[in-house]
Design a protein around this ligand. Structure first.
Ligand SMILES: [Zn+2]
Length: 256
């Protein structure tokens, strides 16, 4: 068994790899030990997933959508009371709506007394085009391909040995090459809820698929709380995706 990223023998590896981090609500899309070796798994956790999860946009999203981490903790947000008093805002987990506002002790004398003050906390925006997102998408794209081939050892072996995939593989694992562009746009509101056939109302945390175009391109599409992120698996260009969107009236490949 060879590791999907470093191509070294991975037979003795023990870590299960999460395609989308557990701290973004993924408990189902995982790769068994050895598909990604322990060394690469560890590298991704520290160098790719952690910086991605710590992006202010992701922290704000996790706070506003109350997505707990593996340790059942929702990341706090740093805000201000009035124009400049610092405050940390915490949220409870476990279905309880509410939270705690933590103000530094030396700021207490400056709190408005008996009046009203505005608490400002950052919102999440949709500009996720930085390197942290790009390398995370490169990793998730290859891992999603491997996830589809779990019962096909021959297919999975060719995924490891296919030199066409080496540029995105080396970009994800070693940061090699220039910034791999990401297409990002919102396709539905972060708060959108969906009604199941059972009548239960749920939110969609993430969903993903591949787009194969008539030009022979392959795109990986990941939607996180309605924000669609797209990476070209075969090269650091997005012109083909923009052309495909033009030909398909801007519909998301997930709903095509
Ligand atoms: Zn490896």
């Amino acid at each position: 068994m060879l590791c999907l990223f470093c191509k070294k023998e991975s037979q003795g590896s023990r870590s299960i790899e999460h395609v989308v981090p557990e701290s973004l609500g993924n408990t189902t899309m995982t790769l068994p030990a050895g598909v990604v070796c322990d060394k690469c798994n560890n590298y991704f956790a520290v160098k790719v997933e952690k910086p991605f999860l710590e992006l202010p946009e992701i922290v704000a999203l996790r706070f506003h959508q109350a997505i707990p981490s593996k340790k059942r903790r929702i990341p706090p947000l740093e805000g201000t009371i009035g124009p400049h008093l610092p405050a940390t805002v915490y949220r409870y987990t476990g279905g309880v709506v509410g939270g705690v506002i933590d103000v530094p002790w030396d700021a207490v004398p400056y709190l408005p007394y008996g009046g009203k003050a505005v608490l400002s906390i950052p919102g999440s925006n949709d500009e996720w085009r930085v390197a942290e997102v790009s390398r995370f998408m490169a990793k998730a794209a290859l891992e999603s391909m491997a996830a589809r081939l779990l019962n096909d050892p021959v297919g999975r072996h060719s995924l490891v040995t296919d030199v066409q995939l080496d540029p995105i593989r080396d970009y994800a694992r070693y940061g090699k090459g220039k910034l791999w562009p990401i297409h990002s746009r919102r396709i539905y509101g972060a708060d959108k809820s969906w009604v199941l056939p059972t009548g239960e109302t749920v939110q969609r945390v993430w969903e993903s698929d591949f787009l194969y175009t008539s030009r022979g391109e392959v795109y990986y599409v990941l939607v996180v709380f309605g924000l669609e992120l797209v990476i070209n698996i075969l090269g650091p260009v997005l012109r083909g995706y923009q052309a495909w969107l033009g030909e398909n009236h801007g519909v998301s490949p997930l709903y095509h």
